[in-house]
Design a protein around this ligand. Structure first.
Ligand SMILES: NC(=O)c1ccc[n+]([C@@H]2O[C@H](COP(=O)([O-])OP(=O)(O)OC[C@H]3O[C@@H](n4cnc5c(N)ncnc54)[C@H](O)[C@@H]3O)[C@@H](O)[C@H]2O)c1
Length: 177
């Protein structure tokens, strides 16, 4: 089977979530529902996670569900996900309140490329999540060690670099320090 078709077939398989009503043990979180955060959210949903998202800008917050649904519909029309986008959207909570992240097994921070903002956001995430929650920071160029410096538990902070558009290109780099 050609490489591209094989990778598409595997993605379809991995995108088949548990049946409606199933309990999702591994909730994921995303902070910052901009360009990257929205399509990272689509990837996490397609992988079968329930999702809790934070967006503090009121106008972005108002449109976040619609933008996420659009990314999922594009992925569905390209044959990349097998499940109805509206069904996937039932597993999504989007709020301005960080407390929605409580219970997430992994949280991906995808706010603006400013170390001070990212460090503050990581502190806010750490206030509400459990000791074992992994925290990924989606950054273009900020050294992970800078983001770990003020963290309560630096060892669980990962640097991530997702490739856009994420639902089609499944590549991402992860850095621990
Ligand atoms: N755009 C790309 O192709 C690309 C690729 C790889 C990595 N990145 C990195 O990903 C990150 C996000 O990029 P983007 O293009 O999605 O930016 P964006 O401006 O589209 O989105 C950032 C979002 O974060 C929100 N935000 C800001 N402060 C917040 C806070 N304190 N709490 C919650 N939400 C907050 C903003 O309102 C906005 O919706 C950046 O660090 C960027 O460098 C971007």
């Amino acid at each position: 089977m050609p490489k591209q078709r094989e990778s598409r077939r595997r993605l379809k398989g991995s995108a088949t979530p548990a049946p409606p009503g199933a309990k999702f043990e591994r909730a994921a979180g995303v902070v910052g529902m901009g360009l990257m955060g929205t399509s990272i959210s689509a990837c996490l949903l397609a992988a079968g996670h329930s999702l809790q998202c934070v967006e503090i800008d009121p106008s972005k917050l108002r449109t976040a569900r619609k933008r996420l649904l659009k990314v999922l519909e594009q992925a569905r029309s390209q044959g990349l996900i097998a499940v109805s986008p509206s069904l996937l959207m039932e597993r999504v909570t989007i709020s301005a309140d960080f407390s929605v992240l409580k219970g997430a097994a992994i949280v991906v921070e995808s706010t603006i490329e400013d170390p001070a903002v990212k460090c503050r956001v990581i502190n806010e995430i750490e206030e509400v999540v459990s000791r074992t929650t992994l925290i990924g920071s989606n950054t273009s160029a900020i050294p992970v060690s800078d983001l770990q410096r003020d963290a309560r538990h630096p060892e669980r902070i990962l640097g991530l670099h997702w490739a856009e558009p994420k639902v089609r290109r499944r590549a991402r780099a992860a850095m621990s320090a």
